[in-house]
Design a protein around this ligand. Structure first.
Ligand SMILES: NC(=O)c1ccc[n+]([C@@H]2O[C@H](COP(=O)([O-])OP(=O)(O)OC[C@H]3O[C@@H](n4cnc5c(N)ncnc54)[C@H](O)[C@@H]3O)[C@@H](O)[C@H]2O)c1
Ligand SMILES: O=c1ccn([C@@H]2O[C@H](COP(=O)(O)OP(=O)(O)O[C@H]3O[C@H](CO)[C@H](O)[C@H](O)[C@H]3O)[C@@H](O)[C@H]2O)c(=O)[nH]1
Length: 331
């Protein structure tokens, strides 16, 4: 028999890929999303979509009372680094209080397994690469700080209430469901791969490369791009791992690619140029972020199916080329 799961933010980019994976293996899924960024069409018809704000404790209580969940996957959050530096108090307060509202409702309903979307932004400007779970936690954005506060609060919920949680620090989520059914559709879009593809397709303006004077081989920033379906697989494996207690994992491919290498990949896969220019650095961008996911591999047997950048970009290109207006639900 399948499980029954609550997915907050399940109409959004990463969440919708986990929802699809869950329903395809026969689980019952309830998505809680207010659609501020998410899309109704990203939620499969066999999942139940509750359109509500996750900070609404009364509504949360009703949802937990109506279904007995085996676990919660918590994706819904404010997640733009730049915006968090213009409005840090909102990021800290909303991300913390909303997450605690979900965790509190879970504890009250006796649902004691909780998977949190955390972030590489916890590590700020890392002292060494690759970044494993023992690396110093030192966020340099209010967004990163807000996720750290949630991780810390969840540790107390474990100690006092027995709420077992997994904090999954994703590096750069990228790519799309290979079936072509769902993909990334943010507005505003801030992520490199969809912006580069949009520039090549002519659906977005030319790309600006943020900084060419980083201490890297070609002067542009290096990131660790991890496919959303590999993230989905990690979430399922971590559910089983929670039987042994709370845990935290860094999730990436372990290989870094520069902004210029991403542009090259998009040009190779798309077969057309990515119009771009070179601009100044973006504030708060570390030169290099690459994960060590050795712990995740050892403890859960996880291994990425889409380890090569071209394979990740190919699925993203297919989605954007087939859906130039994304889900097509914006006014
Ligand atoms: N995309 C990445 O590269 C990345 C990297 C690290 C961590 N993360 C984390 O993963 C999670 C998902 O990221 P994403 O890129 O899929 O974001 P997204 O914006 O596509 O998805 C978030 C979803 O949550 C919903 N939502 C937000 N606030 C809500 C609220 N208060 N009430 C109800 N629904 C709400 C949005 O409508 C959206 O559908 C976030 O927590 C983010 O911080 C993402
Ligand atoms: O128009 C653009 C957009 C991005 N970049 C560069 O491309 C790289 C990747 O940028 P993204 O915005 O795609 O991703 P980030 O690495 O900034 O952000 C990711 O990692 C963060 C943690 O560091 C957060 O978790 C965030 O949610 C997640 O998307 C960076 O070097 C950035 O400077 C450009 O050159 N031009």
């Amino acid at each position: 028999m399948g499980g029954r799961y609550l997915v907050t933010g399940g109409a959004g980019y990463v969440g919708s890929h986990i929802v699809k994976t869950l329903v395809e293996r026969g689980d019952d899924v309830v998505v809680l999303d207010d659609l501020r960024q998410g899309h109704r069409a990203a939620v499969p018809p066999s999942a139940e979509l509750v359109v509500a704000e996750i900070g609404d404790r009364r509504r949360l209580g009703e949802v937990f009372a109506a279904w007995r969940f085996d676990a919660v996957f918590h994706f819904a959050a404010l997640s733009l680094v730049g915006e968090s530096m213009r409005d840090p108090l909102r990021y800290c307060s909303e991300n913390l209080s909303n997450s605690l509202a979900v965790a509190d409702a879970a504890v009250k309903a006796g649902c004691l397994r909780f998977v949190l979307s955390s972030t590489a932004a916890l590590f700020g400007f890392p002292k060494s690469i690759p970044i494993d779970e023992t690396a110093e936690i030192a966020p340099v954005s209010a967004y990163g700080e807000s996720k750290l506060m949630v991780e810390r609060a969840l540790a107390w919920a474990d100690q006092v209430h027995g709420l077992r949680s997994a904090a999954l620090r994703y590096f750069n989520a990228a790519g799309a469901d290979p079936s072509g059914a769902i993909g990334e559709d943010h507005e505003p879009e801030t992520h490199l791969i969809p912006l580069a593809i949009g520039a090549a397709l002519g659906t977005r303006p030319p790309l600006t490369v943020f900084g060419t004077d980083y201490p890297t081989d070609d002067g542009t920033c290096i990131r660790d791009y991890v496919h959303v379906m590999d993230l989905a697989d990690a979430h399922l494996r971590v559910l089983d791992r929670l039987e042994q207690g709370s845990c935290r994992f860094n999730i990436g491919n372990g290989t870094g690619y520069s902004v210029k290498q991403v542009i090259d990949s998009v040009e190779r896969i798309g077969g057309r140029p990515v119009p771009h220019s070179f601009g100044p650095r973006r504030a708060g961008d570390p030169a290099v972020l690459v994960a060590s996911s050795a712990r995740l591999r050892e403890e859960t047997g996880w291994a990425p199916r889409f380890a090569a950048l071209d394979d990740i970009v190919r699925t993203a290109w297919a989605w954007h080329a087939a859906h130039p207006k994304g889900f097509g639900d914006r006014g």
